[in-house]
Write a protein that binds this ligand. Structure first.
Ligand SMILES: [Zn+2]
Length: 236
């Protein structure tokens, strides 16, 4: 019989509560964690697994939809557990195969100063020329947002405070402001005009939007190459 250890639960909740109402759990039921004094995680395996499930971004998204659907968090929490489970299960079944649902925060997105191996300017400059033009899908508006940035990941996080966005494409350019402007001009007739939305949202086929960006980027690049030809090695 292994000795008992306290499970500290997670966020004031214990997944192990039914089995161990006094929170004293057999030592074997903990994952090892050497850096801790007792060599175990603070919570037992059951609680740890439950935390992982709850930290699942898809689940977080579902909970937020579920609470909205019943009229708010208070109402949702007041429902009996079986009702909450039913609602969640229904949502889960309806959405489990949908890619759109998960917004990955682990995606590797580029930063221009890292990519071109330069230090970012110390003072805030108004117009850093090199950067990216990106396409973010907006799942709430069923549109895409096309804009420019020096840091795609940061831009995406900022956008995600307004809605569900995912980065679908980005293109590096030596003059991202010009590239953005040209792309916006070409797609002008597909712009989504709606209060408070700014002028960067478009309803347009993704492949077409990519093509426009690539095409305009190549055009700008060729201008640049003409103005400042790459160094050619002098021949003997
Ligand atoms: Zn536990």
């Amino acid at each position: 019989m292994s000795t008992l250890e306290r499970c500290w639960g997670w966020n004031g909740e214990w997944a192990c509560e039914n089995e161990y109402p006094d929170h004293m759990v057999p030592r074997d039921e903990f994952y090892l964690e050497r850096s801790r004094r007792r060599g175990l995680q603070a919570m037992c395996k059951l609680c740890s697994k439950s935390r992982e499930r709850q930290n699942n971004p898809k689940r977080t998204r579902l909970v937020s939809i579920a609470t909205k659907s019943v009229g708010g968090q208070k109402i949702f929490r007041a429902l009996p557990k079986y009702r909450r489970r039913e609602i969640m299960k229904k949502l889960w079944d309806a959405n489990k195969d949908s890619e759109d649902f998960v917004i990955s925060h682990k995606e590797k997105l580029p930063r221009i100063y890292k990519e071109i191996n330069k230090n970012p300017p110390r003072e805030k400059i108004i117009y850093p020329k090199e950067g990216y033009v990106y396409i973010f899908k907006n799942y709430d508006m069923d549109s895409i947002k096309i804009g420019k940035t020096d840091d795609v990941g940061k831009r995406l996080s900022a956008a995600q405070t307004w809605g569900r966005y995912k980065c679908l494409y980005y293109k590096m350019s030596e003059d991202c402001k010009l590239l953005e402007k040209n792309v916006h001009d070409v797609l002008f007739h597909r712009r989504v005009v709606e209060e408070g939305l700014g002028n960067e949202h478009f309803r347009v086929n993704l492949e077409y939007a990519k093509k426009v960006i690539d095409h305009e980027a190549a055009r700008i690049q060729s201008e640049y190459d003409r103005e400042s030809p790459r160094l050619v090695q002098a021949s003997g």
